[in-house]
Design a protein. Sequence first.
Length: 422
Amino acid sequence: MDIQHAALTDVGRKRDHNEDNFGTIPDINFFMVADGMGGHAAGEVASFMAVEVAKKVIEANRESILKYAAGDDSVKKYDIYQLLDQAIQSACISIFQESQNDPDKRGMGTTTDILMIVNDRGFIAHVGDSRVYMERMGKVIQLTHDHSLMNELVRRGKFTPEEFLASPYAEQKNALTRAVGVYETIEVDTFDFPILPGDSFLLCSDGLAEYLTDVNIQRTFEDEDLESAAQKFINIANEGGGHDNITAVLVRMPQAEDKEAAINKAAEINLSMEVLREINIFKYLNYQELIKVYNLTELRSYEPNQVVFLEGVEGREFFMIVRGAIRIEKGGNTVATLQDRDHFGEMALLDKAPRSASAFAEDVSKLLVINRRDFYDIIKKEHALAVKLLWSFVQVLSDRLRTTTTNLTDALVAEELEIDPE
């Protein structure tokens, strides 16, 4: 797979030395950016160490990466997650120990962003406020979310963004809550996502991210020469003021030989993500979290009148309609017909109760399906995501209880007045 890449770093217009670093291992599609911090040039030491240590860990595990790429079942997706986490944890320990041995380097640390592409999957490991962006078919998506004070407190539900900006903490909104090397260990965000032909990626330090918009990212990626595009990104930051060091690592996937198939695949992924985004249970999730939920889903096809599930059978799956129509029957009678982007069966994610009705495909239909076991796995591992999902479930149940109570009250009043509730 002929993946193109280019990388540039620049001191900017305000600093006298460069604390950014980047690293690549092109033959295994490994790309990395690090933005150091700390006095007496310690920041550049931290970012350099992060890149060098992480690359050594990846190189030492090259065989496992190649096995995974070849479809060897002895290496799982989880092992790639663990490898990226190990690379950053090893860097973290090395930087921390160096800072303890040299008083001038105490407190030094670095942000870290890694993108590794294996076949048609992208794997990201992220700490700090450097960023990874994806440009897909003219649309720009920020794949990572800054580990800043504002984002962290909003993520924990302590503030809304508006409340935070009106609080005494607003001046510290960009203060980092995670950095590699400040302590012996660090919590690393890791996730994977589907990659399509023609996708482009930008890994950058905050010295560039501050000046980026969807428009100038998309416009710069129109340049077919990635070296030229990388220089244009550097220019964007310098022309905007260049207050910090600037680093850009660009990666571009080759175009598909079968363009129609690639367009159809992209449309399927985009539609599935839109369906997820419109469901109340997932409405509080950011793109990174939504990708993690998307990775749980299975896309199933149903023919007309094919059984989805039967009344009285234990429920284990949640269904979302991508296209088609689903007929809900109870006691042999049709009680509802659901259409595109509707969903049903979500309570099966929370309990093992038997289905209260049956579901059949009315037309040729495609459904996204989430299994209860996979749902439990993710809420055990992803605590912030779990809070958002379970809070959403509480709201859904509350709304249903309120609706049921209203309907019951109306029915009782109608009965007392001897008025048909219909």
